[in-house]
Design a protein around this ligand. Sequence first.
Ligand SMILES: Nc1ncnc2c1ncn2[C@@H]1O[C@H](COP(=O)(O)OP(=O)(O)OP(=O)(O)O)[C@@H](O)[C@H]1O
Length: 265
Amino acid sequence: MSAVLDLQGVTVRRGPKTILDGVDWQVNEGERWVVLGPNGAGKTTLLQILAGRLHPTAGTADLLGERIGRVDVFELRPRIGFSSAALAERIPGHEKVRDVVLTAAYGVTGRWQEEYEAFDDERAGDLLAAFDVAELADRHYGTLSEGERKRVQIARALMTDPEILLLDEPGAGLDLAGREELVGALSELAGDEASPVLVLVTHHVEEIPPGFTHLLLLGQGTVQAAGQLGETLTADNLSEAFGMPLMVAHGGGRWLARAARPGGR
Ligand SMILES: Nc1ncnc2c1ncn2[C@@H]1O[C@H](COP(=O)(O)OP(=O)(O)OP(=O)(O)O)[C@@H](O)[C@H]1O
């Protein structure tokens, strides 16, 4: 079975800066990956490659068996759901919540004169219900709380029934209740066999939803560790990636990390 995502020696350079440096990474059917790393490690850049929105400067990126640079990315993109703050900024505040999800069927933001099929309407409704925001369907997107918006954004990313779902820091800016609701929703998604392959970028181990299976730890542009979550999310690996002595605890399917010594370094 070929990998769903297969990166070999992926390098991204911008001017004198090497943002990603020889990244090798394979993701297979059914896996749920967390990508963790400090600010500036290259997580967002990596996700841009996985979304078919950026070409590596060197190396190869095969997404769903198609090589970036050889495939028409506009055909590939509906097969890859993507949710990020940058994409969310393009959603007009006056858009109805149902339409925010529905318009993803055409890869647009902002409903205009497209004709949607009844099954599109039904799917958008089902996705809003799955993320517990069905009662907001007729509200304007701009009136939602940050937590509600995040769940609508993920529902939107799933609209095309993608084979891969990429989530770039979905927990950013959420309060404790919002974060916990999101973690619960993502945990359910992770546990559903019908869900696509999941790749979740986060800064915080507390945001790792139960049911996620693998971890990629990114240092400054390089893979520090990658593998099964339980084996890879160790104090040693995390301390090295974040450049400070850290301790890690695990219980009830959730993770916690803090400085190993009072006062940090
Ligand atoms: N177009 C660009 N030109 C120059 N440098 C860039 C460019 N895009 C990103 N970078 C730099 O590459 C590094 C990695 O950026 P990236 O956004 O991928 O990191 P990240 O791990 O997602 O960071 P954060 O956790 O802070 O969001 C940063 O130092 C950033 O300033």
